[in-house]
Design a protein around this ligand. Structure first.
Ligand code: HEM
Length: 413
């Protein structure tokens, strides 16, 4: 269906942030390969996103292979220098690396995130969710973002890394500043860049101190395991160790916040689905998969073409950055029947919310478990759940999309 209005895909438009799905629908129908106003090709179709994600030999995750990135990045480097900040680009996290460095670093942390290892965290995650909801239960309203979705993943990842409880509040501030590092730099005003540079520098400084403490007294946490790997030889350098900690903090926090907030928002917008979930809490795994498909916390992924090629009817140059619209791909009708329907019994995990291929989300088992426990416990403990405002306000970041607040009212069950 073609409408008279020109098709403009601008992720910076506040209206787009609140509801990107009508634009995705038009892109899928009219221009599945779209040249964005800032000159970057964006792919909306599931098959195109999937093909690019699985082809890491032709599509790199290493942004330094894009001349545009190198140019844009000079701004942030200059800013770091003027602030005297520690911003060593040599230590980029493995999300932005290709094999063999990517494989070596990912292998080192992988064992802490296998479904089996993560299942062992179930009782602790339940305990944290219960304690957070106990606080809210004494009233009849709460902001789900501030009181549940934000604290839960930060407590979990801090405990996994070995960050003491008293330092966790600082982590929340860093984490929301660092979330913007996943947005294209061209989209970030100078004050945002400055806060981001400071957050990177301060969090690295913090981790450096924490590493020293863990070196002196190893504990059963990921940081001690990484230090042991570093001490064993050339598997991990100190800079890599620090950037891996920062990566786990960023990748593991804001994303899960959005999963919980987007999840509750969609359930409240679809009362029949909410009623069904309330009567069948065992549907939690399927609810989480449907939220990930329908309203994914990570809207975009990106890759750099390593060679000149023809792709999706477009000529790509070597070093060309391409955008993958995961939120659109998840609603591609050639892969999902009735894709714009939120259906918690769909039970389909072929969505691209966690990416695909060698960079498939390392924390997927943890994110799923946290999302399942948080949403299930919410509907088990609270009745007559209602949104205070719809749509809720949204955070400014564009790659990681989710409400900045989600005020609700309820009565305890
Ligand atoms: C709902 C929550 C989450 C979503 C939607 C999500 C999404 C993603 C996506 C799309 C990627 C692939 C990026 C790419 O292809 O370039 C990714 C990678 C990654 N995620 Fe997640 N993530 C979530 C939670 C977590 C958690 C809880 C952790 C860890 C504590 C985590 C750690 C990582 C890491 C380390 C990578 C990089 C993997 C690699 O490069 O090999 N994520 N995530």
């Amino acid at each position: 269906m073609s409408t008279a209005q020109p098709l403009i895909f601008n992720p910076l438009d506040p209206g787009f942030r609140v509801d990107p799905y009508p634009i995705y629908r038009r892109l899928l129908e009219e221009q599945p390969v779209h040249l964005t106003p800032f000159g970057v090709p964006a792919f909306a179709r599931y098959d195109d996103c999937f093909a690019i994600l699985r082809d890491h030999k032709r599509f790199s995750s290493d942004e330094t292979k894009s001349p545009d990135y190198v140019l844009q990045h000079q701004a942030i480097e200059a800013q770091a220098e003027s602030l005297g900040a520690d911003f060593n680009e040599g230590d980029r996290p493995f999300l932005f690396l290709d094999p063999p460095d990517h494989s070596r670093l990912r292998r080192l942390v992988n064992q802490a995130f296998t479904p089996r290892a993560v299942e062992g965290l179930r009782p602790r995650i339940q305990q944290i969710v219960d304690a957070l909801l106990d606080k809210a239960a004494s009233t009849d309203s709460m902001d789900v973002v501030a009181e549940l979705a934000y604290p839960l993943p930060v407590i979990v990842i801090c405990e996994m890394l070995g960050v003491p409880a008293e330092d966790q509040a600082t982590f929340r501030v860093w984490s929301s500043e660092l979330a913007r590092s996943l947005d294209p730099e061209i989209t970030q005003p100078p004050d945002v860049l400055e806060r981001r540079v400071r957050a990177i520098s301060e969090s690295r400084e913090y981790f450096r101190g924490l590493v020293a403490e863990h070196r002196a007294a190893p504990r059963p946490d990921i940081l001690s395991a990484l230090i042991a790997a570093e001490e064993e030889g050339d598997k991990l350098g100190e800079g890599e160790l620090l950037s891996t900690c920062t990566l786990l903090l960023i990748a593991g926090h804001e994303t899960t916040v959005n999963l919980i907030a987007n999840g509750l928002l969609q359930l409240l917008r679809h009362p029949q689905e909410l009623a069904r979930f309330t009567s069948e809490p065992g549907l939690a795994p399927s609810v989480v998969e449907e939220v990930l498909r329908f309203d994914p916390p990570v809207q975009f992924d990106g890759r750099i073409a390593l060679e000149e090629m023809e792709f999706g009817g477009l000529k790509l140059t070597r070093g060309q950055f391409v955008m993958l619209l995961l939120g659109a791909a998840n609603r591609d009708p050639s892969h999902f029947a009735d894709p714009n329907r939120f259906d918690i019994t769909r039970n389909d995990d072929r969505h691209l919310a966690f990416g695909y291929g060698i960079h498939f989300c390392l924390g997927a088992p943890l994110a799923r478990l946290e999302g399942q426990i948080a949403l299930r416990t919410l509907v088990e403990r609270f009745r007559a759940l209602e949104l205070a405002t719809d749509p809720p306000p949204y955070k400014e970041s564009i790659t990681l999309r989710g409400p900045s607040a989600l005020p609700i009212s309820f009565r305890a069950a």
